[in-house]
Ligand binder design. Structure first.
Ligand code: PLP
Length: 471
């Protein structure tokens, strides 16, 4: 494709995306396909060209669009707000179009230095002090893995440079609450701690980690000759927005040099708004933080901020010294390849720069406040409706709800819950995700798509009532 052909196709594509976004609210939210339908609508031969761009777009319309569940739809209340602002979409396009590869500062000085400035701005926007340093990574799952690898290396005095974990005589322990995201378990296993050394800390009635129980577990482990290495604190758990008390966790961990990683994948965006920063009080004493602008903030996936206080504790375990990456710039430059696992990196900072510059921070803060207000409205409406209950405090934008018509066994009630959630989704009016809380099914209404207004929340509530009541 020549630059001129790209220009013409690119204009067509931008028009297509703009049309798609401006009509998205008229579509059913959930894809109406069965497993295999999308595959069956494609033939291998259809992948081979050359064909014209207009024809290719027609194929996309036919194959892809029926299989889309629309996360950008104003009545998408599933999983978490997975917003992709159009401003950051432009930054993503530019990033790809520039074709930069960030292997080292030398391989693209602009990529590195723009990322440094953008990360610094992001840090300030959520009120963190200048003892924090940020890097953009792909996901919070990677952030958690990196945190646990660094915790492992700090706890063992760099066992990686000797016989690794295989030679350590004491077992290293990792702690998280039962509400922690599944990526915590995955990271602990991948980092070699072993399932036996991952300890689930009890939670209180709000599903927040109980710091007294954590202190007791750490004391027991020390007495048994184990070594506490890391705690993952969830600030905004996925299922019910549990908020682990970071201040108390840090107090428990500090005397034992236990690494505290704060998983604020969703809730980090709330910290753009000063009145929500109390939710992560004590964060300045933590060691690392994950926050996904690619969730509620609306930066195109993938864009996850990983923030650390002690850069050496990150760069030590992560650094590489291949000869072709050597430079004479030395300490004067940042080598982001040593701040995480991948070598090559995309110019992700452009997505954030474009979004900050084109949309402005006040619009993001207004959206956070708008969504929290809508969640509070929905929770109070639900709580006042017979047969319905709100199952967890509404800390931010997620409402956990159950409808109980009465007279049903636990299993029947679970089936009722899953049934009405499925019917709402199949109706195409709104999209919700069921999840388990205390081993029972409930439904999460996760508010925060960029286009969601109070009327959309009201429409979802009407659909919930109509699918759940009188069944
Ligand atoms: N932590 C929390 C609290 C989450 O809600 C999620 C995703 O939903 C993750 C971590 C994992 O995020 P990612 O998809 O960026 O790995």
């Amino acid at each position: 494709m020549t630059p001129d052909e790209f220009r013409s196709a690119g204009h067509e594509l931008v028009d297509w995306i703009a049309d798609f976004r401006s009509t998205i609210g008229d579509r059913p939210v959930e894809a109406r396909v069965r497993p295999g339908d999308v595959r069956a609508s494609m033939s291998l031969g259809s992948l081979d060209g050359p064909i014209g761009f207009t024809e290719l777009l027609a194929q996309v319309d036919r194959v892809v669009m029926p299989g889309m569940t629309h996360a950008q739809h104003p009545r998408f209340f599933g999983f978490f707000p997975a917003n992709v602002s159009l401003s950051s979409t432009l930054g993503d396009l530019m990033s790809t179009g520039l074709g930069a590869i960030g292997l080292s500062w030398q391989s693209n000085p602009a990529l590195t230095e723009v990322e440094e400035v953008v990360c610094d701005r992001m840090r300030r926007l959520v009120g963190l002090s200048d003892s924090w340093h940020g890097v953009i990574s792909d996901t919070a799952s990677s952030g958690c893995l990196v945190a646990l690898l660094c915790a492992r290396e700090r706890a063992t005095g760099r066992s990686q440079l000797r016989g690794g974990l295989q030679r350590e005589r004491v077992a290293l322990r990792v702690y998280a609450s039962s509400q922690a995201h599944s990526s915590v378990r995955k990271a602990a296993l991948l980092a070699g701690f072993g399932l036996d050394n991952l300890r689930w800390v009890p939670v209180d009635e709000n599903h927040d980690l109980d710091p007294a129980a954590l202190a007791e577990m750490i004391a027991d482990d020390l007495a048994a000759g184990h070594q506490p290495a890391a705690v993952v604190a969830s600030v905004g758990s996925t299922a019910c927005t549990a908020i682990d008390p970071v201040v108390a966790i840090v107090e428990v961990c500090a005397p034992h040099d236990v690494w505290v990683h704060v998983d604020a994948a969703l809730a980090g965006t709330a910290m753009l708004v000063p009145e929500f920063r109390g939710l992560w009080a004590g964060v300045e004493g933590a060691d690392s933080i994950s926050w996904n602008p690619h969730k509620w903030m609306g930066t195109a996936l993938d864009c996850s901020m990983y923030l650390v206080r002690d850069v050496d504790a990150l760069v030590g375990p992560m650094s590489t010294n291949a000869s072709y990456l050597a430079s004479d710039s030395g300490d004067r430059v940042t080598q982001y390849r040593d701040w995480g696992i991948p070598l090559g990196r995309r110019f992700r900072a452009l997505k954030l720069w474009f979004q900050l510059g084109l949309d402005g921070v006040p619009s993001m803060q207004d959206r956070v406040r708008r969504d929290v207000d809508s969640a509070r409205w929905l929770a109070s409406t639900i709580a006042a409706t017979p047969g319905w209950s709100v199952l967890a405090p509404v800390r931010l934008q997620t409402v956990c709800v159950r409808h109980d018509p009465g007279g049903r066994s636990a299993a029947e009630l679970d089936a009722h819950t899953l049934g009405w959630a499925r019917r709402v989704n199949e109706s195409g009016v709104a999209y919700l995700t069921p999840a388990q809380l205390d081993d029972r099914w409930m439904v999460r209404v996760s508010i925060g798509a960029e286009a969601t207004t109070r009327r959309d929340v009201q429409a979802a509530w009407a659909a919930m009532r109509s699918e759940a009541e009188d069944r």
